[in-house]
Design a protein around this ligand. Structure first.
Ligand SMILES: [Zn+2]
Length: 299
């Protein structure tokens, strides 16, 4: 039996794994993620070599930040991580390993994983929202990933979420959802008010009833839930799925996102379930492997 190798290029962490045909993860390794495009590519090659070792592998699936060229597997735009713009992640992996490969956006990969093996199974119009170092989205329609004409379908990081111009976004504009509700955005708000400087500390203090930390989490959850509700009205979904590092805070955060979402959506959508991904931080790896097998027609 052979495995499908997968790599998940995150904002702060690289993860690589070998995935079985049934979607279970056989092995997983992590490394910290560099910033510059060529360093990310080099670190990804090294981590893949380590995780593959001598194991039989049929293909490599890659989940990468940014907007991905669907054929070439290059990063055509990286609005949230400008230094990663233009990364030739797919071709570099193809040359090194002499294996078929496919690249998709990292949140798209997480969505495909949840659709094939996780909590999105059985739903027909799903919006997946990832909250971590950045914010991302994936749109799953009738059992398949909707990638769009330019690869931005489901992308919600740069939705307008404010008008005062005071929160610069990684894309160079301002007041975008990612600049208001991502993990680093919440930390920045906490620090500006003299609060804790990491998300785990904010979460711990908020759980203990600290008003400043609780307010930071609540504001992030409110902005996210309300902005996503507007998008859900446009698309008309039957499930909203939350994933990404920030959701690991647990119900203290995700319940507030769900309440904000349900309070904001149009009436016909008020019963739409808000679910937390079942695959956790393995979703992008499992999904990237599923994605490449589907692209290549490997059963
Ligand atoms: Zn932006």
């Amino acid at each position: 039996m052979s495995f499908t190798a997968a790599i998940d290029i995150g904002g702060t962490t690289l993860a690589a794994g070998l995935v079985r045909r049934d979607g279970r993860l056989h092995s997983r390794l992590e490394a910290s993620a560099p910033t510059a495009a060529d360093e990310v590519v080099a670190a990804s090659l090294t981590l893949l070599e380590r995780v593959i070792g001598e194991e039989p592998v049929d293909a490599i699936g890659i989940g990468s930040p940014g907007t991905i060229h669907p054929i070439e597997g290059t990063v055509v735009a990286s609005d949230s991580k400008p230094e990663y713009d233009g990364a030739r992640i797919g071709p570099a992996i193809g040359e090194r390993f002499d294996l078929p490969y496919a690249v998709t956006n990292d949140v798209n990969a997480a969505g495909v994983g949840e659709l094939a093996h996780g909590i999105a199974q059985g739903f027909s119009r799903v919006l997946v929202v990832s909250v971590g170092t950045g914010i991302g989205g994936a749109l799953l329609i009738n059992g398949r990933l909707e990638e769009g004409m330019h690869g931005t379908a489901g992308e919600l990081a740069h939705l307008l979420a404010g008008t005062d111009g005071e929160r610069p976004c990684g894309c160079g504009r301002s007041d975008h959802l990612e600049a208001v509700a991502s993990g680093p955005a919440m930390v920045a708000r906490s620090v500006a008010r003299g609060g804790p400087q990491t998300l785990p500390e904010i979460a711990e203090l908020a759980a203990g009833g600290d008003p400043l930390a609780a307010a930071v989490l609540t504001e992030g959850a409110l902005w996210l839930g309300r902005a996503v509700a507007g998008l859900a009205n446009v698309i008309d979904i039957d499930a909203l799925i939350l994933t990404g590092g920030v959701t690991q805070i647990g119900p203290l955060y995700t319940d507030q996102v769900a309440a904000a979402f349900t309070g904001e959506v149009m009436r016909p959508l008020r019963g739409v379930p808000v679910l937390v991904g079942a695959l956790g931080s393995d979703a992008p790896l499992i999904g990237a492997a599923t994605y490449v097998r589907a692209r290549l027609g490997i059963g």
